[in-house]
Design a protein. Structure first.
Length: 256
């Protein structure tokens, strides 16, 4: 049975229009939660709304540059205006630039590209937590889930140095905020997906994905729903004793 806190939640999901993001949005809507779907692309958000087409007003879409504090201020105001007092934040937005479908050698990454990846993958979650933590503190409840990556665990085989560095940094950000926010009833956890057949995995050749498949003991690529189910677990009200952890969703390709 769900608790009252679970029945009345507003979930903010960044990178909501991508493959994994959409799966997360769908899982919250299926659970009866209100969702504020955030993405950098207006057209992608329009496609998301058309595809899901909720009739009960439970889906709100907002364009946002996660590296802009002003955009996070608008999102925080939308959460405050929501009739649901409890909040969930899923920092899912992330980028992993490639060159001709291949990762860029670390010593060839331009500084502006490095800074761009840092701003989306690490500064974005930092600003999101800063923006929504006051609301969560006032409510005495909050769930924050940061989307790291297997690259943050093993240095990355397919993602560049900038991607791996930010995803590793996100694990430290998760643990630090988990310690600071725990006294307020707020948990902060991370998920480290392996190769998921959605989003970034669709930007490379089938050959690359098939070669990667040989490293996965369960014998398949992951699905967006595999990640979404892990998000639901960490976002549950009953899981108030789970904080500061990283859940690996990778089919056994990494066992920490």
């Amino acid at each position: 049975m769900r608790t009252n806190q679970q029945q009345h939640r507003t979930a903010v999901v960044t990178g909501a229009a991508g493959g994994i993001g959409r799966g997360i949005v769908e899982s919250f809507l299926a659970s009866g939660d209100r969702v504020i779907a955030v993405d950098a692309s207006d057209s992608a958000l329009a496609d998301l709304r058309t595809a899901l087409d909720p009739q009960d007003g439970s889906l709100q879409t907002m364009r946002c540059d996660v590296a802009e504090p002003g955009d996070w201020k608008r999102i925080a105001e939308a959460v405050e205006a929501s009739p649901e007092p409890s909040a969930v934040l899923v920092n899912n937005a992330g980028i992993s630039p490639k060159r001709n479908g291949q990762k860029i050698p670390g010593d060839e990454i331009p500084l502006d590209e490095w800074m761009g990846v840092l701003s989306v993958n690490l500064t974005g979650p930092f600003l999101g937590i800063q923006a929504l933590a006051p609301h969560m503190k006032n409510a005495g409840f909050g769930r924050i889930v940061n989307m790291s990556s297997l690259a943050g665990r093993d240095g990355g085989r397919l993602g560049g140095v900038h991607y791996a560095a930010t995803k590793t940094g996100l694990l430290g950000l998760t643990r630090s905020f988990a310690r600071e926010l725990a006294p307020f009833g707020i948990t902060v956890n991370a998920i480290a997906p392996g190769r998921i057949d959605a989003g970034m995995a669709t930007g490379v050749s089938d050959e690359v994905n098939q070669n990667y498949l040989t490293r996965i003991p369960v014998g398949r690529l992951g699905h967006a729903n595999d990640v979404a189910q892990a998000v639901q677990y960490l976002a549950a009200a009953e899981n108030g004793f789970v904080t500061g952890v990283t859940v690996d969703v990778n089919g056994g390709s990494y066992m920490g």
